[in-house]
Design a protein around this ligand. Structure first.
Ligand code: NCD
Length: 330
């Protein structure tokens, strides 16, 4: 399939990958390298003035280290002013609605709101009624679009270097997502991004952690690691989200580790050059062994590095594209 990038970005917000076309995803991936170069400057200032005078607000209603700091750094490297609001210290604990809180923040002339919220759909509801550009930094079990974009970018970069092909795309690449798919917004956004980019995706985990009806998303499903890892280019391990489980969904941790952990034992099923990824935070030695997480196949820290550049690209496209209207929907 031949990709054609649109000349300009036209969306006001980034709510989910599901709403993006292949060309829009590729536009973001192709915009990121210039920002990676800014972050990697060894001498000189790691900053560009593209968001100078704009206000970016990080509004996080759930715990986060990586995503929050990544967005904050991305905004600062674009020279924006930044504010952080944590849910525990915001007026939501006094009963104020999300709409009212946002209307008050917006009265101080905000440009971009980065929202993480435990309720699926919260960013979508706010985006429809407010003029700021809304970026979804994870909503419940629904989507985590910037994570999937930084993941696709990292896969493409790592495989381009490994295969010595600077134009390699993810078309035809095989990616296995392993572990707690059911509770994972990262898995959902990755499924949308990777299938749209032409990769083939296999989901693998205990049957209780595989979402019902996932076949409809155009992926293969198995409970056998041997089957999932055969011929893969990318192994993507997911965190067991114990905080989102209301009841035990597998008999014991020991059993889970034996059947689904990515370690030197399970890697015997995979090709030698398959790369290993994880969105973090890692439950070390539960879903991923320390030797693999810190080993030569792992690109986990590259995901973190690339995350800043991809988020810079997204904020730049949203705030500076002539087509990205800030007019609210009626
Ligand atoms: C993910 C999240 O919060 O959804 N982490 C992240 O953003 N880096 C994945 C997870 O919590 O397991």
């Amino acid at each position: 399939m031949v990709a054609t990038s649109p000349a300009v970005w036209t969306k006001k917000d980034l709510i989910g990958i599901r709403e993006l076309s292949r060309a829009e995803i590729e536009l973001i991936l192709d915009t990121a390298p210039q920002f990676l170069a800014v972050s990697k400057r060894v001498s000189g200032i790691k900053k560009v003035p593209l968001l100078q005078g704009r206000l970016v607000v990080n509004w996080f209603h759930e715990p986060s280290t990586r995503t929050r700091t990544s967005f904050e750094l991305a905004a600062k490297r674009l020279s924006a002013d930044t504010l952080s609001i944590a849910a525990s210290s915001s007026s939501s604990v006094k009963g104020e609605t999300l709409h009212d809180t946002l209307a008050n923040i917006e009265a101080m002339s905000t440009d971009i709101i980065v929202l993480r919220h435990g309720c699926a759909g919260a960013p979508h509801i706010l985006a429809a009624d407010h003029a700021s550009h809304i970026i979804n930094a994870g909503d419940g079990r629904h989507e985590h679009p910037t994570q999937a974009l930084l993941d696709a970018f990292t896969m493409r970069e790592a495989l381009r270097v490994q295969r010595q092909d600077p134009t390699l795309s993810l078309e035809g690449m095989k990616v296995a997502l392993i572990g707690d798919i059911e509770h994972s917004r990262v898995a959902r956004s990755n499924i949308h991004a990777l299938t749209r980019l032409g990769a083939s995706v296999t989901l693998c985990g205990p049957v209780t952690l595989l979402p019902a009806g996932a076949e409809r998303l155009g992926v293969s499903i198995t409970t056998q690691m041997r089957e999932a890892l055969a011929d893969v280019d990318v192994i993507y391990s997911l965190r067991i989200q114990l905080e989102r489980q209301s009841r035990g969904l597998f008999p014991s941790i020991r059993e889970y580790v034996k059947m689904f952990r990515i370690d030197s034992n399970s890697l015997r099923f995979a090709p030698d050059d398959a790369i290993v990824m994880h969105p973090g935070p890692i439950n070390r030695d539960l879903e991923l062994s320390t030797e693999v997480a810190d080993g030569p196949r792992s690109v986990i820290l590259q995901q973190v590095t690339n995350g800043v550049a991809v988020r810079m690209a997204i904020m730049h496209l949203l705030a500076n594209s002539s087509g990205a209207s800030r007019v609210r929907k009626p």
